[in-house]
Design a protein around this ligand. Structure first.
Ligand code: DQA
Length: 147
């Protein structure tokens, strides 16, 4: 199976960006950890980061042809984008919403997710490990579907 790991705005700044909130690990390191973890389960990983809402929407549409699931950290678009909600709803893939930080322990404007109603589930608050947990969640989901 193949998974698209899709990261939204400002996540290219991981490592330098608000390290007290997001840690020191870079996005390239997170992607490498996911590739290594995926490989132990025969999962191939595609990665894309964009600061542009439309590019994220195009990537979700494209994944319908190329991937078996998506891990999506939509960054701040999580809290604003009906268009991303609709893009997720438009594809038949399982999508897991990922956040490094525990968005519910932060500012009130981060408590609402526009995309939550369209995703399979959410993982938040475990730093870089959120992505690995989400990859495991996707794998267990596939297993439960094929059992
Ligand atoms: C984030 C949380 C969002 O509220 C924020 O806008 C981000 C990162 C996270 O991974 O914790 O850019 O999605």
């Amino acid at each position: 199976p193949r998974v698209l790991i899709l990261n939204g705005p400002n996540l290219n700044r991981l490592g330098q960006r608000e390290p007290d909130v997001y840690g020191r690990v870079t996005l390239a390191e997170i992607e490498r950890m996911c590739r290594a973890h995926g490989a132990t389960h025969g999962i191939e990983i595609d990665t894309l980061q964009s600061n542009h809402e439309g590019a994220l929407i195009d990537a979700i549409h494209g994944a319908a042809e190329t991937a078996d699931g998506i891990l999506l950290n939509a960054g701040a678009y999580t809290h604003t984008s009906v268009a991303l909600h609709d893009a997720i709803a438009s594809v038949p893939l399982p999508v897991i919403e990922v956040h490094l930080s525990n968005v519910h322990a932060r500012e009130a404007f981060r408590h609402h997710s526009c995309i939550a109603p369209a995703v399979l589930g959410q993982i938040a608050g475990f730093g870089a490990a959120s992505y690995l947990l989400a990859l495991d969640a996707l794998r267990l989901h596939w297993e439960s579907q094929s059992a």
